[in-house]
Design a protein around this ligand. Sequence first.
Ligand SMILES: *Cc1c(COP(=O)(O)O)cnc(C)c1O
Length: 347
Amino acid sequence: MNRQWLNQAIEKIEADYVRSADTHLILLPLACFPNIDIYLKDESTHPTGSLKHRLARSLFLYALCNGWIDQNTTIIESSSGSTAVSEAYFARLLGLKFIAVMAKTTAAEKIKQIEFYGGQCHLVENTSLIYQESAMLAAKLNGHYMDQFTYAERATDWRGNNNIATSIIEQMKKERFPEPSWVVMSPGTGGTSATIGRYLRYQNLATQLLVVDPTHSVFYDYYQSLNPALISKNASKIEGIGRPRVEPSFVPGVIDDMLKVPDAQSLAAMHWLTQQLGRKVGPSTGTNMVGVLEVAKRMQAAGQSGSIVTLICDSGERYLNTYYNCDWVNENIGLDLSYRDYLKTIS
Ligand SMILES: *Cc1c(COP(=O)(O)O)cnc(C)c1O
């Protein structure tokens, strides 16, 4: 192990961090919930466009400090796209080769971005094949398989150190209800939910964590049954979230409640939020929003006041040909029209 190269690699990641700004926490005023304040942590503004920028930084630091990467290591990752974009950025920063293993249905815009950062895309027939293909490539090329689905929860420093949870709680300090009643998040690796849930407990906050799962995902059923062998035959249609198997980074013990969100509602909420904000958000942000509105409705019915925080996970600009294309939506998912009508009453 070349310690000099290792030190320089860590220095480069740290310097990149010092050059970076924190993401905004945006207030979403809704007159129909006068006693409930809703906030969106805007993770789309990271240099690589999603919350996976944080994860990629953590995964690289974890692998470097564990001695798993040196100057000749090819980095391999299984991804639905966002993580690969962010890892390609950090691999380029360190001068390392990077290969993303993804389903061939991955958004073309993400593939372009991975290639922009000098990464290669290795496309496979469907999502369930990405894990074994990544392990195989790593063995063949003598590379390192990052394996976000296993390491996301442990690579992130959940006690603090500027993770997303610390940032949210700090940014809420001067608000009307500084301690959120709920944080709402959708799981891909489950890592962000694990970090937030652990931090809320570690800080003795009363805040509860709601995790919202899309249609073709096993996380919701796993939360109910705790059966780790659950498998879904269909891949999730909401990019970035929902998995066909129980991922090791999904930590059920720190989740206070879960909600299953139909994909057609996620898309209706994505379009609704896009109108509210005046800019496009990604589909998993729509899933988050369905959860937020459900919690707001429940709180209002119970006569409670307070705040709710969720994430803008990425921007909608990546999905102009899919979730923002009417023909694609009608062919692949459909819009829940009665839910859309319900959303028209929310402003
Ligand atoms: C990864 C991802 C999520 C889920 O985050 P995890 O920390 O992996 O659970 C949500 N939305 C998008 C767009 C993502 O890329």
